[in-house]
Structure formats: C-alpha cells, structure tokens
Design a binder for this molecule. Structure first.
Ligand SMILES: [Zn+2]
Length: 301
C-alpha cells in the first residue's frame, strides 16, 4: 500500500522503512517528515516513526503527503492502487465489530448502483448492513452499523454523539464530536499525527483543467512554512479533486455538472483524511483526498 523506499534528508540516501526505524532510534533521523520521493522529490512522511513501539498498530511505512509530479513512476503506481475499489476487508479487516460502534461506509458504489445515475446518494446515506461474522468460532450474526461521511456530517452538525470505529491503517475508536476538526488557524504541531479525522470549514472550489482545487478559507500554520507577503507563517490549506474521480463518480452529487456549478463559490467542506502536511517546497499545506467517498460539500448556512 505504500512506497518501499524514500530519500532521507537526514541521511542523504534512499532507505526503506525498517532502516528508517533503526536510524530514528539512533537519533540519525530527526523527524518522520524528513523524507522525499526518490524519483520526483515530493514530501513523504514515514508514518508511525515517532510513535513509541507499544502504541503502534503497524510498523512505520512511507506515505506521500502531496501529489507526485507528472510522470513519476512511484506516483503512477500509487494512483493505480488508489483506483482499485476499496472493499470492507481493506477498510475494516482485522477490526472487531461492536454493534454500538458506527463504521464509516467508504466502499464505492457498485456497478449495479452505477446504472442508477439519476439517483442521489442520499438514499443510501444511512445504510445498516446485516453481516455474518464468526466470533469465537461460532457462526453468530451481528449487525454492523455503517454510515457514509455525508450522514456523519449531518449527525455532527445536529450535535449528536456516538462512538465511531475508524478504518485501517489507523483503526481507532473515537466519539463523533471528537472526530471533526474545524480548521481555524491551528499549527500543524497541534494536530495529532497518523490518524483519520474529518477536517472541515468554509472553503472555495476552484476549477482548473485537470482538477478542482479546494481551498479552505481559514489558515493553518507551521514553523517550517515560508513566510507569506505579510511575513506570517500561515497558509490556507488545500487539496485537489482529480477530474477523473469526478468523471467516474456514479452519483449526481459530485458529477462534472455539479462540481462546475460550485466553481468560485464558498461552501462548507468536510474531508476525511490523514493529518495535513507541508509540501516539499514549504509553501503549501495539503490534505490528500483518497476518493470522493471521503468528501462532503454542503452549502454555507
Ligand atoms: Zn514521486
């Protein structure tokens, strides 16, 4: 699921994540953020590197925190992996089911559903699946309560609260109200690393040839950022929605027509994502959008 090798800025050589782990323990690597794509130079983070071993749910691994440059082979491999439909097993394999904990439904629409182009997604926004799971060797049926990001947003805005079970690789239980993080000028250091959260705030959708840029209205800051014209180390965080994601999306909600309608308009945007990070040029702070199931855009109040 991740890059095998990354370039270490501290060691000035290409290493794998096991070597990174050893070098970090020997204080030869100072931060999990000090890595670059060996081919195109974009920023890479070695997830879990700074976490004590006992708190790690999996060994450290490399993840890109901005899009690879055009033509980067590593980037193309990553794109190919991402375009594969995520199954429930990819998302929640190995995570115990509790009937009182809500899972996030991130599986993309099936071919059958895709035939239903004119249907809005709302029909399936609260979906309760009956699934059969083997517990202690017994064939016992338990109910999995799973809800789409759009449905969690509605519940969050209503002030509801319940336990949410987050998917791999950061499996974790968290209360709904703690899952949502409003973007309001925080420093990157204040944000917990290596976890799923739903970041949200007022944002603008800007249309470009190959993608839509989503730019939050409020700032995030970081000491490593190049100062802006006013001399502040802060920037409006962004992420990109590739045109191909929109073109392949089966629901009306994020089809090309509707995305184009949002161009240059203020919206309220929610993205389920890994911790945002500084890009390699230290000019931007980016979120990485996995696919459109991880996104919700609604009108401002
Ligand atoms: Zn690359």
């Amino acid at each position: 699921m991740s890059l095998e090798y990354a370039y270490s800025l501290d060691l000035k050589l290409e290493i794998n994540s096991t070597q990174a782990d050893i070098a970090f323990k020997e204080n030869k690597i100072t931060s999990q953020k000090n890595f670059r794509c060996p081919e195109c130079g974009i920023a890479i983070t070695c997830a879990n590197l700074e976490k004590p071993k006992k708190d790690r749910k999996r060994d450290p691994y490399f993840k890109s925190v901005e899009d690879h440059k055009l033509g980067c082979k590593q980037g193309n491999d990553e794109k190919a992996r991402k375009s594969q439909t995520q199954t429930e097993e990819d998302l929640y394999g190995g995570i115990e089911v509790f009937p009182n904990k809500v899972r996030i439904n991130l599986t993309q629409a099936t071919a059958k559903e895709q035939g239903n182009q004119h249907n809005d997604e709302s029909n399936s926004s609260v979906r309760k699946n009956q699934k059969t799971n083997h517990i202690n060797g017994n064939n016992k049926s338990i109910q999995i309560n799973s809800r789409k990001v759009s449905s969690l947003v509605v519940a969050f805005l209503k002030g509801e609260n319940f336990e949410v079970s987050l998917p791999n690789p950061y499996s974790e239980d968290i209360s709904l109200q703690d899952l949502f993080i409003e973007i309001k000028g925080q420093s990157l250091n204040d944000l917990e690393q290596d976890c799923w959260r739903i970041y949200w705030g007022k944002a603008w959708v800007n249309k470009y040839d190959e993608f839509y840029q989503i730019k939050f209205d409020n700032f995030l800051c970081d000491d490593g950022l190049k100062p802006n014209k006013q001399g502040n180390k802060q920037v409006q965080p962004t992420f990109f929605v590739a045109k191909r994601l929109v073109e392949n999306y089966p629901y009306k909600k994020f089809n090309t027509e509707n995305m184009d309608k949002m161009n240059r308009k203020p919206k309220k945007v929610f993205i389920l994502a890994d911790t945002p990070a500084l890009n390699s040029q230290a000019k931007h702070i980016n979120f990485m959008l996995e696919n459109l199931e991880y996104l919700e855009i609604i009108d401002l109040d």
